[in-house]
Design a binder for this molecule. Sequence first.
Ligand SMILES: [Zn+2]
Length: 304
Amino acid sequence: MFSIFYSDRFLDHDTGDDHPECAARLTAIKTKLERATFADQLEWLVPTPIEVRPVNDLLLLAHTTQHIARVTEFAASGNSSFESTSVSAASDDVARLAVNAWVDGVDQVITKNRPAFVLARPPGHHALPDEGMGFCLFANAAIAAIYAVEHLGLSRVSILDWDVHHGNGTQAIVETHSKIRYCSLHQSPAYPMTGGASETGQFGNILNVPLQPGSGSEVYNAAFELQVLPWLRSGNPELLIISAGYDAMAVDPLARMQLKADDYGRFTKWCLDITPRILFGLEGGYDLDGLAMGVARTIETCLN
Ligand SMILES: [Zn+2]
């Protein structure tokens, strides 16, 4: 079986007309998975409701009280935004539920010793301690990693971010945590214009792999073999969190990379060879078919 954390509530974060980070992304993935040949091997799990687990303590692992209050305030006002991140009335609750889903995912992966996928939105890797940006409100991956260290007592947690954009928020939050490592492959130059190879973190715990626009399988394969996989192995992670964005697909409208669904299958296989304890969490990916295909290939690889 393969566990997926999902709730229809994630569709209620309304980013307005023609926004690339839209509810249809999740619906496209869900539909694809329900029709897949391996659909009967999927276990759909509902994240812990925010009424059951108040999320403030989890948010404080990564964010300032001011930022947390501002998201609540913006949502209450009905329609506002941080930079490119729209906030609607339901967004605060939905973003908190997303945090619960990522944290539930960590618990599940550690308990069951097998991978799981968090199919939630909004994404999180651009969210800074004191600010939302880049379609992100709360730093889901960073919170999940810090939770694993501080609440579960893990001492070696790695985050691999294969979204096409640099996860500036995740890096900013975890670079001061000695037990957490962060590696990002991303298009450069591209939004948010961070993630240079010289950014290595307070404990040498950051590895940035900037790649030129137009890069495809060959460039990515070499980056994995020469940099990413040795770095992951050397961290000997008790938990690997993957910020799984699918916007490096050739069909993606927001970036210029050339990956296909098969590439994500291969990356997944390589990571599984390092540890079965992988939590995949959705970040970007804006071509609906490409996104759904990428996620499906990732999960299919885990099941094989
Ligand atoms: Zn992205």
